[in-house]
Design a protein around this ligand. Structure first.
Ligand SMILES: NC(=O)c1ccc[n+]([C@@H]2O[C@H](COP(=O)([O-])OP(=O)(O)OC[C@H]3O[C@@H](n4cnc5c(N)ncnc54)[C@H](O)[C@@H]3O)[C@@H](O)[C@H]2O)c1
Length: 386
């Protein structure tokens, strides 16, 4: 259902980039009644995206979730267009989902800024790039915002919203309503910090799990079993890393570490797997080996979990969560919402931490910082909770 706020209306949305995320976002908004233009650089990409959307809608028809008539109405609301000027002609909002390469994004925004009317709002689906850096290249930094959908957008409820330094409050509120209008849950990352909320919790954790494996001389299935059965994770960290893809994790690591050395302590294993093209589930091997490229679960057990003390793991994710609060990027409720919907954590992080014992976690961080440096120093919030 199209939305409006204080005289601003969003009815027509242009989605730039029709890949994994773009086609899914287009489908979600077309299903809710918005008029969509899907734009890519070549017709063949758009044809493929429209095929994927049709396949997904056909599935909903076969499950009787929508009728054939609704399916054809939804499809008629999505116009695939290659020409950028035509694509933004009637647009109220552009959601950009082109590849995660800063130079490419800047080039796309420079072209877009010239052809889009002054009133058009721009929202980027970037996972890791600085919102304010892109905003500062635009004639309308007040009308630019981060809108981070999760994969697949058709199913994932969470959307992180990231205002840049100059984003106006009106635009922030409008975009919050836009996310709610498709039944998704917005979580606001109030500062444009590397990794926003979910990636700030998850990406460093994959590296930390590698350190635990190396330092405690234990197996990855033992760590994965411990986090699944003791920390409320839906699956193991290495399993989740394989599902996400080592290309995505490697790229996010570089971007986050470039901007903030405190957020992540890169372990060489990620780069090694990436260089060896062991990208995870999609390439048949990552941390684990898979029999084919279909989704496959790793066999984990409570018994295996007993071989790993997960304190260092929870300490890492908690320290990053606390950093977000201390630095006023978020608060505990919002972080728990993001961890629940973005990482599917079954139990709130701070509840797990209290069960393990905040003092024990802080002691672990102090011990690690004496041994391995300032990266591990406990955040003041955790100290105040002991
Ligand atoms: N894949 C994920 O799991 C995921 C999750 C959340 C956010 N993201 C973010 O979403 C964005 C897109 O990622 P993706 O995985 O969908 O990428 P993708 O490679 O699947 O799709 C990108 C599409 O953009 C098109 N493109 C390139 N230049 C363009 C231009 N100038 N104008 C229009 N289209 C252009 C490409 O042809 C391609 O079809 C990235 O910023 C990424 O970080 C990805």
């Amino acid at each position: 259902m199209p939305i409006s706020l204080d005289g601003m209306e969003i009815k027509n949305i242009t989605v730039l980039g029709s890949g994994i995320m773009g086609h899914g976002i287009a489908q979600v908004y077309a299903m809710a009644g918005y008029n969509i233009v899907l734009r890519d650089i070549e017709q063949k990409f758009l044809d493929k995206a429209m095929e994927k959307i049709k396949w997904s809608l056909d599935k909903l028809v076969s499950k009787e979730r929508i009728s054939l008539e609704e399916e054809s109405k939804i499809l008629s609301r999505i116009k695939p267009i290659v020409d950028l000027k035509d694509a933004v002609h009637d647009s109220d909002l552009v959601i950009e989902a082109v590849p995660e390469i800063m130079d490419l994004k800047k080039k796309v925004y420079a072209e877009l800024d010239k052809v889009a009317g002054d009133q058009v709002i721009f929202a980027s689906n970037t996972s890791t790039l600085p919102i304010s850096e892109i905003a500062n290249t635009l004639s309308r930094p007040d009308k630019f915002i981060g809108i981070h959908f999760f994969n697949p957008p058709q199913l994932m409820k969470l959307v992180e919203i990231i205002p840049g330094q100059k984003t106006s409050d009106d635009i922030l509120n409008l975009i919050i309503n836009l996310v709610k209008s498709v039944n998704k849950t917005p979580v606001i990352c109030r500062k444009d910090v590397p990794g926003f909320i979910v990636n700030r919790l998850f990406i460093p954790l994959v590296h930390e799990a590698c350190y635990v494996m190396e330092r405690q001389k234990i197996q990855q299935v033992e760590i994965d079993s411990a986090v699944k059965f003791n920390l409320g994770f839906p699956m193991g960290i290495f399993e989740l890393a394989d599902y996400t893809g080592m290309d995505v994790i490697h790229k996010a690591t570089i971007e986050m570490h470039l901007r903030d050395k405190k957020v992540i302590l890169p372990h060489p294993k990620i780069e090694q797997l990436f260089n060896e093209k062991k990208l995870g589930q999609k390439s048949g091997e990552g941390f684990y080996k898979y029999s084919d490229d279909k989704y496959e679960r790793i066999s984990l057990s409570e018994e295996l979990g007993k071989k790993c003390d997960p304190t260092q793991i929870i300490a890492n994710i908690l320290n990053n969560a606390a950093w977000l609060v201390t630095n006023k990027a978020s608060d505990i409720n919002e972080i728990e919402k993001a961890a629940n919907l973005g990482l599917n954590l079954k139990k709130p992080l701070f509840e797990t931490a209290n069960e393990i014992g905040m003092q024990k976690i802080v002691n672990e961080l102090k011990k690690l910082s004496e041994q391995y440096g300032a990266f591990y120093e406990p955040d003041p919030l955790l100290l105040s909770m002991c």
